[in-house]
Design a protein around this ligand. Sequence first.
Ligand code: PLP
Length: 376
Amino acid sequence: MTPRPLTTAGAVLTIDLGAICNNWRALRALVGKATCAAVVKADAYGLGARQVAPALYRAGCRHFFVAHLDEGAALRPALPADATIYVLHGAHPGAEADCAAHGLVPVLNSLPQVAAWQKLGIMQGQALPAVLQIDTGMARLGLAADELDQLAAVPAVLQGIALQFVMSHLASAEEQDNPANRAQRERFRAALARLPKARASLANSSGIFLGGDYHFDLVRPGAALYGVAPVAGRANPLRPAIRLQGKVLQLRTIEAGTPVGYAHTWTAARRSRIATVAVGYADGYLRSLSNRGHALCDGIRLPLVGNVSMDTLTLDVTDLPEGRLGEGTLVDLADPVNDVDAIAARAGTIGYEILTSLGARYARRHIEPAAAPPAQ
Ligand SMILES: *Cc1c(COP(=O)(O)O)cnc(C)c1O
């Protein structure tokens, strides 16, 4: 992504790498002896994997997860050789050699994937590293129960594969009281007992907060690194990682009774000042925030009025002192107060989607961590 200067962009997205590293350290402290990895798929949830992953490496992280092989190949040159990059989707049929050539470790999600990886290792005359995923109750990725039966019956299927971990993924980890969590953990334990001895990994961000019984040997947080609240309905112990500031393009005063924006979904009840800001749904500011979102300026709430357009949104800025805003003034659309979870709640989605929707037109600023942490 080409960086855009603020002079020509409509908004600035500031990404606090220090906050992300602090969040990683906080999670690592929570999991004690277990290894804390970092999930940097989808361009580090939209925040820039090429900046986020090296910053986390400098903080001490050595295990990184991406979803696609392409993402891993793009990230590989940005990380030193002792960092391991795992590909959650595994290597698709025909892509195994590419996966190995890029120095990536696939997550094997089916018996055919296991067989293909074993075959490549035999051809190359070495045991190639891989992770094995077991589906324990999400029906998304990983070996199904019958495949696990087959594997347990014929462990030679794994011979010649350097098994790094056996992993599974929780479906409802952000709901601490959901009995599905315990059921998945028990199915995972039962699966581990039937497989060759290997390290194990179950928890995503929210899974870490379910307690030590869910940590196993390696945890895989993503969202929590980027400031998304890990436990539904609880105070967020993590630091927000982004600030989004949109530029005012134009200001106007309208009389009571004047409708604003596409389809006239809002009409001024009083004489109002309206600011048009250069951020719209094409920038990931979701259209579902029409008449629901708000911006902040000097701590004053500026309601979003009318529909969000592709490239703009409109704010009722009547409550701000006249003259506070001008053409080019920045207003906060997301910040530590109005954070991604708060925005998501109003948009009817989750913080993950707010982050990963953040657009490509922003001037992006990555703030480096203030100082290297003391060596441990
Ligand atoms: C995305 C993902 C994670 C990270 O999940 P968060 O909820 O963002 O912490 C971990 N494991 C797997 C398999 C994933 O797909």
